[in-house]
Design a protein around this ligand. Structure first.
Ligand code: NAD
Length: 503
């Protein structure tokens, strides 16, 4: 940890009550351009008072925003969506700059994020409640949805633009105010989102940004004015956030890590499967919670599959992505992470697996580059089959039949996504129904739901009840009120005819 005042490098500002503040005397961290290995900004780690001050700003803005008509709140989202569309290319370039994914991958991320704003634009419809007249004699019942209060979002590094948008557009459109604590590794996209929200006309204090590490998070988890917490990150932290947040009386949704399986049946289209598996495992350099991590080859498909994967991924152009569109795969987020991922190749070899394609090479420059790797002859109990690697490494487990492939899933502690590649409807149906994961793909490599559907991780991949995205997110960011109404007739009113009496 260093002081943010160390060098003449830009300091990432905090957004509080509509104003940008630079906490340049704080402890903080470095933001890198992973393509070059250069530090491009410094991020402050806000202390207790600074973090509490940002929460207080959100609390102050809550009454007025919560009472703003839903259609007006939606209009801000419409303007925000248009600003994101107008600045699409600049935003994608920023994601590439601070994260390292390729420009096409960043464009896809901006697109997915924009769809969350589009979803939030329909909030007046989504907030509608239920009514039933005459639930008892002359008694009517209705439910309405109220905001929950100050909501907090704590986000990971791997989707700097999209994951914050999984949270705050719906939360804000529902009438809550929001404090975002972006990943300290990639805070720049969040700052740009804050600028665009201000330009869209969002009142000061409705959306705020605080920066920090575990201490800042702890303040947010225990602050009495925080009502709800959305978290996305690794499993150990997700579990801690869920346990600490709920213990402190907050509602919490916490999405964690993953180990996603790709099942290849003997009747699958091999060429299509190889392309889909490579895109799944090596897209964003494997740094996706929905990345395929374990290929389960059923029967005789194993040999040609491993050969096809090594040929295809071995031909990937790996290099710096910032300002460079002619690469298939970019760098990892940090050098330490690269070393951790590369270390799994040695662990696999020691455990008895075969390194069929080794991504370790001498690359030009100081970027955090590692090529794609394929591990063959992996067994279910090995560390590479059980632990989240979060890099461009695909393990291949060989099994005899579909039932054994389902068993591989049952032995995995996570439960985010899994896909099958087959031309058999029966095998696909068996897999869909029985595989131990919350998001299923059939001949689709990355079964990540779009904004309108919930992100339904299972097991150690999710802690909470209501998932991110879709209707569940509206339910997470609102609380219901039920009203029973009875009006007593005055002497003159009691002689009205019933509604169905015809003259
Ligand atoms: P991370 O858990 O290290 O960090 C996530 C957030 O938690 C960051 O904002 C970070 O500052 C904060 N944090 C880190 N350590 C903390 C601590 N000890 N106490 C309190 N807060 C802490 O995750 P990451 O490395 O940034 O992101 C990658 C992880 O996120 C992977 O495990 C990936 O699978 C997961 N992820 C999951 C999903 C999903 O939907 N399930 C989506 C994207 C990423």
């Amino acid at each position: 940890m260093s002081s943010v005042a160390d060098a003449a490098i830009p300091v990432v500002p905090v957004l509080q009550s509509g104003k940008w503040h630079k906490h340049s005397s704080n402890a903080g961290g470095d933001v890198y351009n992973p393509s070059t290995g250069q530090v491009i900004a410094r991020v402050p780690f806000c202390n207790t008072d600074e973090t509490a001050g940002v929460v207080a700003a959100a609390a102050e803005a809550l009454p007025a925003w919560g009472e703003t008509p839903a259609v007006e709140r939606a209009r801000v989202m419409f303007r925000f969506r248009d600003l994101v569309a107008e600045n699409f290319e600049e935003l994608a370039a920023l994601v590439t700059r601070e994260h390292g994914k390729t420009l096409p991958e960043s464009r896809a991320e901006v697109q997915r994020g924009m769809e969350m704003i589009e979803y939030a634009c329909s909030v007046p419809t989504m907030l509608m409640g239920d009514t039933l007249s005459n639930i008892a004699s002359s008694v009517d019942a209705e439910t309405v949805r109220h905001p929950v209060g100050v909501c907090v979002g704590i986000t990971p590094y791997n989707f700097p633009f999209m994951v914050p948008l999984w949270m705050f557009p719906v939360a804000i459109a529902c009438g809550n105010t929001f404090v975002l604590k972006p990943s300290e590794k990639v805070p720049l996209s969040s700052v740009r989102l804050g600028e665009l929200l201000t330009e869209a006309g969002l009142p000061p204090g409705v959306f705020n940004i605080v920066h920090g590490d575990r201490h800042c998070v702890e303040v947010l988890l225990t602050h009495p004015q925080v009502a709800a917490i959305s978290f996305v990150g690794s499993t150990a932290i997700a579990k801690y956030i869920y346990e600490t947040g709920t213990k402190n009386g907050k509602r919490v949704q916490a999405a964690g890590g993953a180990k996603n399986h790709l099942i290849i049946m003997p009747d699958a289209d091999l060429d299509q499967s190889v392309k889909a598996l490579s895109a799944s495992a090596y897209g964003c350099a494997g740094q996706r919670c929905m990345a395929g991590s374990v290929a389960v080859a059923v029967g005789k498909v194993a040999d040609p599959l491993v050969e096809g994967l090594c040929d295809h991924a071995g031909g990937f152009r790996v290099g710096p992505t910032d300002g460079n569109e002619s690469v298939d795969m970019g760098p990892l987020i940090r050098r330490e992470h690269l070393e951790r991922v590369a270390g799994y190749l040695d662990i696999a070899a020691t455990d008895g697996a075969r390194v069929a394609l080794d991504g370790r090479r001498d690359f030009d420059g100081d970027g955090f580059l590692l090529g794609p790797s394929v591990l063959d002859q992996v067994e279910t109990g090995m560390r590479v089959a059980q632990e989240e690697i979060f890099g461009p490494v695909l393990s291949v487990i060989r099994v005899d039949d579909l039932e054994s492939a389902l068993e591989v899933g049952r032995n995995c502690p996570y439960g985010n996504g899994a896909s099958i590649f087959t031309s058999s409807g029966y095998a696909a149906r068996q897999f869909k129904h029985h595989f131990n994961a919350g998001m299923i793909g059939i001949n689709v490599g990355v079964p990540a739901p779009m904004a309108w559907f919930p992100f339904t991780g299972w097991n150690q991949s999710f802690f909470g009840d209501l998932h991110i995205q879709g209707t569940e997110s509206v339910h997470f960011y609102t609380r219901q009120k039920m009203t029973l109404t009875r009006w007593f007739a005055s002497a003159e009113e009691s002689h009205h005819d019933p509604v169905w009496k015809t003259k």
